[in-house]
Design a binder for this molecule. Structure first.
Ligand SMILES: [Zn+2]
Length: 447
């Protein structure tokens, strides 16, 4: 059960705590100088709530209107750490609140602006090695993060280089009118029968750059090894693979524009009021707005005006519904190192739990064999947090995709979303065999 105590004593404590917090924030904000740069002096704290009351208090902060803390890792269970980005002006109030509730913490990132700049500089330096090269199949540098136009050029070149197994389509559009590109890999069926298919998307949360980088690496491995490696050849002969390396294209472009945009998560659609964007992974038509999502347009987990209010989720969900041959749905995210199966909104085990769990364990084991890096496997509500209106649960509940997962890639929080480029290749290397295992599983098991 959700460890939220509903005793009146707790509620009274919470009311006092919130009042104190608001007053502190008010004082802090009125004394603050407005000359600071965005993110300068902001901190990311790792909190260790040790009681149900502490979890409940942190949970209430997630939904408190007008107070926008960005929970990189939201509160879930007692003794499960919580990561939160706290704006500089709110740091004293938050620290005070933690102390009042006896919540221990340590500082993950002492100055978010500095960390973002370092991350972007590291990537810029690494990119200098291959500067000026076109984003082509044989020149593409998988060890750095790439801008959208380079990714677009690369997948276009993949299609042109391997026309016998690759097709590129844009079935959905973004709020700003860009095409969401999907690359399909697989040998065309000669019998006329539709092959089982696997769907893999990345960067629905656009700051999770490692998810995109990992998918690009996999596309390259699949195409290069086709015809030489027997496993890869069989998996492309007998299955179709749909890769969408950037789901949230508008947001992804935005994260590249300036350091202060690097940590943007939502899409870029205009909303009532001053705030922009919907959390595209809360906007799906499945238990919409029930839990782990906010009705506040300024919240980082804003679910939108209605299910599928956003063109991105509407377009991709239509595509998935029109392709019932899709048997696996992998939504690639970061961070925390998890393979997460349904559901996020209910503690009950789904009817296909045993199959879902067994496939995830097999994939994780293939992944761990590469560099010894461990990912936890489990249901969303059990190992992550309560959430509804997400792609994974929708694909399982509404599109009938038995094997539907969210995969959280590296790391476990040292860098969080700002994973250095030198971890891209290792992360991609351990994820590719997991994809092969998933494909093999579909050939060998019921779906
Ligand atoms: Zn995510």
């Amino acid at each position: 059960m959700l460890e939220i105590s509903r005793t009146s004593k707790t509620m009274a404590l919470l009311r006092v705590a919130f009042l104190a917090l608001f007053l502190n924030i008010l004082v802090a904000r009125t004394t603050q100088h407005s000359t600071s740069r965005a993110l300068e002096g902001d901190q990311v704290l790792r909190l260790h709530p040790g009681t149900p009351e502490a979890v409940a208090m942190l949970n209430s902060l997630v939904y408190m209107p007008g107070f926008q803390l960005d929970f990189w890792k939201p509160p879930s269970h007692v003794n499960q750490s919580v990561d939160v980005h706290v704006p500089r002006e709110d740091v004293p109030a938050v620290l005070d609140l933690l102390q009042r509730h006896s919540i221990t913490y340590h500082t993950m990132i002492g100055n978010v602006r500095q960390a973002v700049e370092k991350h972007m500089e590291d990537n810029h330096k690494a990119r200098a090695r291959t500067a000026g090269r076109p984003a082509r199949v044989n020149d593409f540098d998988f060890s750095v993060y790439h801008e959208w136009n380079e990714i677009d050029d690369f997948i276009t070149d993949v299609q042109q280089t391997y026309p016998q197994i690759a097709t590129l389509s844009s079935e959905a559009a973004t709020f700003e009118g860009r095409a969401i590109k999907t690359l399909k890999l697989g040998k065309p069926s000669t019998s006329g029968e539709t092959k089982p298919a696997i769907w893999i998307d990345a960067a629905i949360h656009c700051r999770e750059w490692i998810s995109t980088a990992t998918v690009l690496y996999a596309i390259d491995q699949f195409t290069r090894q086709y015809g030489t490696d027997p496993t890869v050849t069989r998996l492309l002969d007998e299955l179709d693979w749909y890769f969408t390396p950037v789901f949230n294209v508008d947001g992804y472009i935005y994260t590249w524009e300036a350091p202060e945009n690097r940590l943007w998560r939502k899409n870029r659609s205009t909303q009532p009021g001053p705030c922009v964007g919907v959390d595209l992974n809360r906007n799906w038509d499945d238990h919409f707005a029930e839990t782990g999502a906010s009705p506040d347009p300024c919240s980082i987990i804003y679910h939108g005006m209605a299910p599928f209010s956003e063109p991105e989720t509407r377009g991709i969900s239509d595509f998935v519904l029109n392709h019932p041959e899709i048997k696996v749905y992998l939504a690639m995210h970061s961070y925390s190192q998890l393979w997460i199966s349904p559901w996020g909104y209910d503690y009950a085990r789904p009817p296909h739990y045993h199959l879902q769990n067994a496939m995830a364990l097999a994939a994780e084991s293939a992944s761990r064999a590469v560099h010894g890096v461990q990912y936890r496997v489990g249901r969303s509500i059990e190992i992550l947090y309560a959430v509804s209106g997400g792609a994974r649960d929708w694909a399982y509940d509404k599109a009938g995709v038995t094997y539907s997962y969210t995969v959280e890639l590296r790391d476990t929080g040292r860098y969080g979303f700002l994973l250095p480029p030198d971890q891209i290749i290792p992360t991609a290397e351990e994820t590719f065999p997991a994809y092969l295992t998933v494909g093999q599983w579909i050939l060998d098991h019921p779906y």
